[in-house]
Ligand binder design. Structure first.
Ligand SMILES: CC(C)(COP(=O)(O)OP(=O)(O)OC[C@H]1O[C@@H](n2cnc3c(N)ncnc32)[C@H](O)[C@@H]1OP(=O)(O)O)[C@@H](O)C(=O)NCCC(=O)NCCS
Length: 190
C-alpha cells in the first residue's frame, strides 16, 4: 500500500517510491564514472541496476518493515536522481541520508530542493531526532549541498575507508531536530 505522505511535491520536483521499471533510468545515472566516483558502488551494469532497484522497491516507509525510504526524483517527467533515508538507530530515531543527481541536471538546485523535502519529512512527519550524511572527503559538491541545508560539519575522518584501491577520508555532516526548532523559533537547542 502506498504511504499517505507520498509522493512528495516540491516547486520543481516529484519524489516517489521506486518501481521495478526504474532500473534502466537509474542505470543511466549510476553508470556514469563521475557519479560513481565518490560512491561505494562501481559504475552500474544493467545487472547491477536490476538488483539494486529491486532492493529499493520495498523501501517505502521509514517506520515500515525495512526502516528505510528510497525515493526517486522526477523533474519534468524524467527520473533525475534519488534520495534515500534509513534508520541507523531505530529505537532512538537516528537516520542517515544519501543523495544522487544526474549531472545533466546539476547546478540548478534540484538536489538541494529534493533533499530539503526529505529532511522536512524526516523531522516533521517521522519525528526523527538526528540525520547524518557521510561522504568522501573529496566530494565538495556533496559537502556544499549538506552545508546549504543547514547540516553541521561534525567530523573529518582521515583515511578511514579503503575505496577503489586507495585510502579515502570521510566527512560527516549532521542535523538535529533541535537545530531546526532553534532556527525557526529562536528557542534554545535541546
Ligand atoms: C552531490 C550532488 C547531488 C550535488 O549536485 P548539485 O548539482 O551540485 O546540487 P544542486 O542540484 O542542489 O545544485 C546546487 C547548485 O545549483 C545552484 N543553484 C541554482 N539555483 C538554485 C536554487 N534555486 N536553489 C539552490 N541552489 C541553486 C547553486 O548555487 C549550486 O551551484 P554551485 O555549486 O555552482 O554554487 C551531485 O554532485 C551528485 O549527484 N554527485 C554524484 C553522486 C554523489 O557523490 N552523491 C553523494 C554521495 S555522499
Amino acid at each position: 500500500m502506498k504511504p499517505s505522505f507520498l509522493p512528495l511535491h516540491t516547486e520543481r520536483l516529484i519524489l516517489r517510491v521506486h518501481r521495478t521499471d526504474d532500473a534502466d533510468a537509474l542505470r543511466i545515472v549510476y553508470c556514469r564514472p563521475e557519479v560513481a566516483r565518490f560512491l561505494l558502488d562501481e559504475p552500474w551494469t544493467p545487472q547491477d541496476a536490476i538488483v539494486k532497484t529491486a532492493e529499493r522497491v520495498p523501501k517505502t516507509d521509514l517506520d515500515g518493515e525495512t526502516g528505510a525510504l528510497a525515493l526517486v526524483i522526477e523533474h519534468a517527467g524524467r527520473l533525475v536522481g534519488d534520495v534515500q533515508l534509513w534508520f541507523t538507530d531505530r529505537e532512538h530515531r537516528v537516520c542517515e541520508i544519501g543523495w544522487v543527481l544526474d549531472p545533466d541536471f546539476g547546478g540548478q538546485g534540484l538536489a538541494t530542493e529534493a533533499v530539503a523535502a526529505v529532511l522536512d519529512l524526516a523531522f516533521e512527519h517521522f519525528r526523527v531526532h538526528r540525520v547524518t550524511a557521510q561522504m568522501d572527503g573529496r566530494n565538495t559538491a556533496s559537502a556544499k549541498l549538506a552545508r546549504n541545508l543547514g547540516m553541521e560539519h561534525e567530523a573529518h575522518l582521515r583515511q578511514d575507508w579503503w575505496s577503489k584501491g586507495e585510502w579515502t577520508d570521510t566527512l560527516i555532516y549532521g542535523i538535529l531536530a533541535g537545530d531546526r526548532r532553534h532556527r525557526t523559533t529562536g528557542l534554545p537547542q535541546d
